[in-house]
Design a protein around this ligand. Structure first.
Ligand code: HEM
Length: 295
């Protein structure tokens, strides 16, 4: 859950100012439309869940449906927080940094709600909740991810950034990567049949990590590099799904490969990953066009 020293800007209010924590101000404490829109977007799933709960729309097992919905959003927020830096760099959109802390804190809050809902499903029997966590490895993995997110949320204030120092803070916040992996393992392990969703998120994580690797080893990927990353992430996603399904369901690998081209069974995650990567490349190409100056 990266927050950043770069959200602390000289010239704005004092670093400790409460204004920078308002859900409509940027790191300098000024009103930001982007921050407000992201804040409302982060609140929407909780508002819809509350509405569905209040109107009895959560089906015969409301706690379980709520657990699944909030779990899904937790992964979504976690991925979004990891996407901020690559998108900021690829699209040359520095303003994005102003929403990173908020998205990270939203991921932690959603994970906490997910755990609370699980306790609710277990009739608030905390002894049972604890023993289930010990007995079921996928729950223990989920808890490890939640604790990691908690550590990142606790160190996300400007004061903590200063206390830890930029380097140590950045090192600590690299924990987001193993946390995302744990979250996806938890996602895979609780699935009974269709692994489409966790495969899709895994493919997106591959792109996010590959972008970081490219940038740290080679430098800015440029537009051709972004296209290459999109293709590589798409191919790896297809490979992962093929190997996974062939192994788990003992299905012939060739029929899984063919399924990637069969639109009758829906568009497979690899295509979505490719499309997302190419969309970033196209947006980056657009943003990097030299602006025409009108005399
Ligand atoms: C960062 C931490 C966590 C993340 C990202 C996460 C994410 C998820 C996701 C994505 C799902 C499946 C949603 C779907 O089917 O669409 C799920 C299911 C579930 N999670 Fe978590 N989870 C986390 C932590 C926990 C913890 C700490 C617990 C409880 C101790 C927990 C208990 C469950 C349960 C019970 C299910 C449903 C399993 C079933 O119905 O068979 N999760 N979680």
């Amino acid at each position: 859950m990266p927050t950043a020293t770069s959200t602390i800007r000289p010239g704005g209010p004092r670093r400790s100012s409460w204004r920078v924590y308002l859900p409509w101000t940027d790191g300098a404490g000024r009103f930001s439309f982007l921050v407000l829109v992201v804040f409302l977007a982060l609140l929407t799933p909780a508002a819809l869940l509350a509405l569905d709960a209040a109107t009895g729309q959560l089906g015969p097992r409301p706690w379980n449906l709520a657990i699944h919905r909030v779990g899904w959003w937790t992964v979504m927020f976690l991925m979004a927080s990891l996407a901020v830096t690559p998108l900021r760099r690829a699209l040359r959109w520095n303003g994005l940094i102003g929403v990173r802390r908020m998205i990270g804190v939203a991921a932690f809050t959603a994970a906490m709600l997910h755990l609370v809902l699980y306790a609710g499903e277990q009739a608030w029997d905390l002894l049972k909740v604890s023993s289930e966590i010990v007995l079921r490895i996928y729950l223990a993995i989920g808890l490890a991810a939640l604790l990691g997110l908690g550590a990142l949320a606790a160190t996300s204030t400007d004061g903590m950034v200063r206390r830890l120092g930029g380097k140590r803070w950045q090192l600590l916040h690299r924990l987001t990567y193993p946390i995302a992996v744990l979250a996806l393992v938890h996602f895979f392990m609780q699935i009974k049949a269709d692994i489409t969703q966790p495969i899709l998120f895994s493919g997106l994580l591959v792109w996010l990590m590959a972008y970081r690797l490219w940038r740290s080893r080679i430098g800015d990927p440029g537009i051709p590099g972004l296209v290459a990353l999109a293709v590589a992430a798409g191919v790896l996603t297809a490979l992962g799904e093929t190997v996974g399904i062939a192994w788990v369901y003992r299905a012939p690998a060739w029929s899984v490969v063919q399924a990637h081209f069969d639109t009758a069974i829906g568009i497979r995650p690899a295509w979505w990953v490719l499309a997302a990567g190419l969309a970033v490349a196209a947006a980056a190409a657009f943003r990097r066009q030299p602006r025409r100056v009108i005399a």
